[in-house]
Write a protein that binds this ligand. Structure first.
Ligand code: MG
Length: 308
């Protein structure tokens, strides 16, 4: 039913809401309703609609403010909002559009026109999502790309600072990958990269986010976990690669990976760059030890033999 899209209708006029809801449901949209701004904001977070129809004149916070508040949340920044106003007042329309509405309609309105505007809003939304997927993912492995990592890492770092949270950054690199490309050719190298990406995805936890950092290098943001948890996860990925037969079925290739990670605790890393540098130098140490191992920055501080 929600294939057509989920729509939140916000209006203090219950009769109007009922009419719009019935009409939209006849078109197979999934419809949520709210009779004021506060309720709308709560439903937004819970139900994640694809489009919002928002009345301007409401008791409590009005449509303008509701729109502004929802726009201030990153998750709703690109949500299409169609404003409904009873006023034939150009300055209201201008204000609505400036507050982040993508479209507006004046009451009373033709339901065919409203439906057409909804379709247009949803088309724009889907196009936006398609483009976002393209710019945020790595085409070969399907993992998030470097650009996505940079954005999320900066976010997680400031979140950790603000709320005194702990998290880890794992860097992972395929040992002697150049030899794979030189020996078996780049198409096989690509298969190997994809297989490593799949093994990473299979062996991480729900709260871990993997990225292709570039070339044969991957990073994992390990959120909401302690050092021991990250260590276990990193080790699991390392072992799964060690056991796996890479490449094409007829000519399996043995491959190992090295992993280094840094761990954020208050005062342990002064900046995202610092944390990244630490993880990178741990990876470098893992390589220097001959590869196929895990080293970590936090263990490094207390315990000189960090490698497993
Ligand atoms: Mg109203």
């Amino acid at each position: 039913m929600s294939d057509m899209g989920k729509i939140l209708v916000v209006d203090d006029d219950r009769t109007l809401i009922r009419i719009v809801k019935t009409r939209l449901e006849a078109e197979k949209y999934k419809v949520f309703i709210a009779s004021n701004g506060e309720e709308a904001l709560r439903i937004l977070d819970k139900k994640r609609p694809d489009l919002v129809i928002l009345d301007i004149m409401m008791p409590g916070i009005d449509g303008f403010e509701t729109c502004q508040r929802l726009r201030s949340k990153p998750a709703h920044r690109h949500l299409p909002v169609i404003m409904l106003t009873a006023k034939h007042n150009p300055s209201e329309k201008v204000k609505g559009l400036d507050m982040g509405a993508v479209d507006y309609m004046t009451k009373p309105y033709e339901s065919d026109e409203l439906l057409a505007r909804i379709r247009a809003g949803l088309r724009a939304r889907r196009e936006y999502e398609r483009i976002m997927k393209m710019v945020s993912r790595d085409a070969l492995t399907g993992l998030y790309n470097r650009r996505s990592f940079d954005l999320r890492f900066a976010e997680e770092f400031s979140r950790a600072e603000r709320y005194n949270r702990e998290f880890s950054l794992v860097m992972l690199d395929i040992d002697h990958f150049k030899t794979v490309n030189d020996t078996y050719g780049h198409p096989t190298g690509d298969i190997v990269l994809k297989q490593v990406a799949d093994l990473i995805q299979k062996n991480i936890r729900k709260s871990d986010i993997p990225y292709r950092y570039g070339g044969e290098e991957f990073v994992i943001l390990a959120l909401e976990t302690d050092v021991a948890g990250v260590e276990i996860c990193a080790e699991r990925i390392r072992t799964s690669c060690e056991k796996f037969h890479f490449g094409k079925e007829k000519k399996p290739i043995s491959i190992t990976i090295s992993l280094g990670f840094s761990y954020y605790q208050q005062d342990s890393a002064s900046s995202p760059e610092d944390m990244l540098r630490k993880a990178d130098s741990m990876l470098y140490q893992a390589k220097a030890r001959g590869g196929n191992c895990v080293t970590s920055a936090t263990l490094q501080k207390n315990n000189s033999a960090a490698a497993q």
